[in-house]
Design a protein around this ligand. Structure first.
Ligand SMILES: Nc1ncnc2c1ncn2[C@@H]1O[C@H](COP(=O)(O)OP(=O)(O)O)[C@@H](O)[C@H]1O
Ligand SMILES: [Mg+2]
Length: 209
């Protein structure tokens, strides 16, 4: 049996996070892996309620600091109620987004101070760290085209302008450069099967390596 661990898939909208995570989950489940599939913001009943507020287009008046604290609040609940207990049971947790998204969006894109974000992230995750964060890297304009062809409505964060999304992208690449032991960047402009193959290789290394 493998030890508990956590794998995060993060990156811009339309980069392929949900699609790639589904393939990763199928790959691990086929090998009998005990899996917990989750997402941020959300992942718990309380977190999903916070997600509704964060992503609702009705909440366009939301202040940057309110947004930051709501993400952190949802994460605090997620870590304590779901992630840590699963890892203690030896399960493999795979999450669509995690703390890296807050650094990218709330610091690099919104411009809130990095110290404040790091402090709130630390409170939320209480010393915990995912084993690996896979960044799917894609030009946001391509991401938006993909989201458009997915046919779903854009949420409050997806409605931000291209410059905001480009700054968030820079934020992901910067985090990966600063912490190569915990981040892997995959070029998400490649054909989907190539992106999945690279992601599966990374995941196997973490779970079985
Ligand atoms: N590498 C890829 N090449 C082309 N289309 C892709 C690729 N990865 C994902 N897609 C498509 O782009 C759309 C957005 O993917 P999705 O997984 O929902 O992105 P995200 O969860 O990152 O927002 C989907 O329709 C998906 O099939
Ligand atoms: Mg998605």
């Amino acid at each position: 049996m493998n030890k508990g661990c956590m794998i995060v898939c993060d990156g811009g909208n339309g980069a392929g996070k949900s699609t790639v995570l589904k393939s990763i989950a199928q790959h691990l489940q086929a090998q009998g892996c005990d899996l917990v599939i989750t997402r941020e913001p959300g992942g718990t009943p309380i977190g999903e309620k916070i997600r509704d507020i964060l992503l609702s287009t009705d909440c366009s008046e939301m202040c940057d600091v309110t947004e930051l604290m709501l993400f952190a609040a949802a994460r605090a609940q997620h870590v304590r109620e779901k992630i840590i207990p699963a890892i203690k049971l030896g399960q493999v947790v795979i999450s669509d987004r995690f703390d890296s998204a807050t650094v990218s969006f709330q610091h690099f894109a919104r411009g809130l101070p990095l110290d404040l974000i790091k402090m709130l992230n630390e409170i939320a995750i209480d010393g915990f760290k995912p084993n690996i964060t896979i960044i799917l890297d894609l030009d946001p304009a391509t991401g938006l085209e993909r989201v458009g062809s997915r046919g779903s409505q854009l949420d409050r964060m997806e409605k931000e302008n291209l410059e905001f999304l480009r700054n968030a992208r820079k934020g992901y690449l910067e985090q990966a450069k600063d912490d190569p032991d915990h981040f892997v960047v995959i070029d998400a402009s490649q054909p989907l099967e190539d992106v999945i193959a690279e992601a599966v290789k990374v995941v196997d290394q973490v779970v079985y390596g």
